[in-house]
Design a protein around this ligand. Structure first.
Ligand code: ZN
Length: 142
């Protein structure tokens, strides 16, 4: 019996993002096509070369690949992440975004060192207030 899926998705544990992340993934055609891992700060530990985080994250990809033959990894970081100390840990939004993009790139590099054929997609989410409603924007990073 084969039960394959397309991707493994890493998100922050932050409850504010889950339903929007699900909608976003569905909009990408990934409905029922991904394994899901939620970790505070997503790949922060991996990017900082924390041995435990690295082992944990690479292990999940390995299992997902073995069991479900995935070919893609989605890394969904977000602004104002508590694991990074939130907005207030940075002097500006630009500095915060720059740190997030750096960590995403570092994580992608480490993942591709172990899984060269895996397509790693980097995404940065942020909460935007529109018409007094909070909405989540997703930016696909090249
Ligand atoms: Zn977070």
């Amino acid at each position: 019996m084969s039960h394959n899926c397309q991707a493994i998705v890493f998100t922050c544990m932050d409850f504010r993002f889950h339903s929007d992340i699900r909608d976003f993934l569905v909009s990408l055609g990934l409905k029922d096509e991904y394994d899901l891992v939620s970790l505070a700060g997503v790949t922060k530990g991996l990017a900082e070369d924390d041995a435990l985080s690295k082992e944990l994250i690479l292990k999940q990809i390995e299992i997902s690949k073995k069991l479900h033959s995935i070919s893609e990894v989605y890394l969904i970081h977000h602004m104002d992440c508590g694991a990074y100390g939130g907005h207030q840990a940075f002097d500006s939004l630009e500095e915060e975004k720059s740190k997030q993009l750096t960590d995403l790139s570092t994580a992608k590099k480490i993942i591709n060192e172990k899984f060269p054929a895996m397509e790693v997609k980097k995404i940065l989410a942020r909460v935007e207030s529109r018409d007094e409603k909070n909405e989540i924007d997703f930016e696909l990073i090249n």
